[in-house]
Design a protein around this ligand. Structure first.
Ligand code: KG4
Ligand code: ZN
Length: 343
């Protein structure tokens, strides 16, 4: 709460990929509403997100989603103290829809505007799920576009310890799922089919790249899966899809957990969080829970609905930027390659 003891309400808007979302957040931590329109069914037809279709669908849905978020929170725009919108990274046409909408509302009402980094939003989902969580802590962000190991030093202050050299973790899940005929989106399908597979059936590689020891690479793993499938085909051997899925997934989890635990030890951090779409993977959640418990590290994880793209996390990140005095101008633009910590 601010010095006048008045609640601060933030309207969050998210449209960076294939979810059109709006949410109302009270004092940074309480979700009053969280409305998500997912376009997944539309893109499934094409085996992946089609940027042009995503932008058009955002335009169709954004007003309706915002109206619903206000209604569900039982507020009107008159009650809103700030509008937080994702302005990068993401698909430029998709981002522009949310940014233009947020600017239009801010201009028409005079409500302050705050541009939010999408990855910062993912990290902040942990504040919504865990009222006690305060920085400093370490966070692994694993999504369709990003794999970042981040030292969260304070609200809005980030040090990136490791990042992917090539594919993001979620991208690898999606590509491998396509290769074994599971379809899009791959992550949840691999998660499910792995329950029937043996994670030790196929020894896929665990890549070590970069000097820090905390960077990631998943393209070699993806190629190893494709080579395995090709060699089975050439030998006329039947592929056990559940075994391939479980073994691939285990290789990803081993690297993510291994790097994270090494970094926690080196930096002597005792609080660890996960975030992003891949963080909703049930096997990954269990593996981190076990690894953290073994080392006496306190483990935080958002519920799956706050791991995949949503606007509640953007409202939360926007709140902390807002109370730190951050304001965006009406010239706020979409920045598809925005880096964490940059403005
Ligand atoms: O965070 P997100 O919704 O969007 C981006 O910012 O990229 O993440 C989407 C990614 C997709 O690659 C999807 O396959 C993956 O998260 N994902 C999962 C699971 N649910 C979503 N990956 C593994 N297991 C899951 N259960
Ligand atoms: Zn995301």
């Amino acid at each position: 709460m601010n010095s006048e003891n008045k609640d601060i309400l933030v309207l969050g808007i998210e449209s960076s990929c294939d979810e059109t979302a709006a949410a109302v957040i009270k004092n940074g931590r309480e979700i009053l509403s969280n409305v998500i329109y997912s376009q997944i069914d539309l893109h499934t037809l094409y085996g992946g997100v089609v940027p042009e279709i995503a932008s058009r669908k955002h335009i169709d849905k954004i007003n309706q989603v915002i109206e619903e978020a206000l209604k569900k929170a039982n507020v009107t725009l008159k009650d809103i103290d700030a509008i937080a919108v994702t302005y990068g990274p993401g698909l430029v046409g998709a981002l522009l829809v949310g940014v233009a909408e947020a600017k239009a509302i801010a201009f028409a009402t005079g409500i302050p505007l705050v541009g939010v980094h999408h990855i910062e939003g993912h990290i902040c989902a942990n504040y919504l799920a865990n009222a006690q969580l305060e920085p400093p802590f370490m966070c692994l962000v694993v999504s369709g576009g990003h794999t970042h190991l981040v030292n969260v030093k304070d609200y809005g202050v980030y040090e990136i310890l490791g990042r992917t050299f090539d594919d993001a973790a979620g991208e690898a899940f999606d590509k491998v799922a396509r290769a074994i005929g599971l379809g899009y989106p791959g992550g949840p399908k691999i998660d499910k089919v792995s329950n029937e597979g043996n994670p030790e059936a196929i020894p896929f590689p665990r890549a070590k790249v970069g000097e820090s020891g905390y960077d990631f690479s998943f393209s070699g793993l993806k190629s190893a899966v494709l080579n395995y499938l090709n060699s089975c085909e050439m030998k006329g051997e039947e592929v056990n899809r559940a075994d391939v899925a479980a073994s691939f997934q285990q290789a990803v989890i081993d690297v993510l957990v291994g790097h994270s635990m090494d970094a926690l030890e080196k930096y002597e951090v005792k609080k660890f969080a996960i975030a992003g779409g891949v963080a909703s993977n049930s096997h990954l959640r269990a593996a981190f829970e076990e690894a953290c418990e073994k080392r006496g590290v306190e483990f935080f994880l958002p519920p799956p609905i706050l791991c995949t793209d949503n606007a509640a996390m953007i409202g939360c990140a926007g709140y902390y930027e807002f109370i730190n005095g951050v304001r965006s101008g009406y010239d706020l633009n979409a920045v598809p390659n925005l880096r964490l910590g940059e403005r």
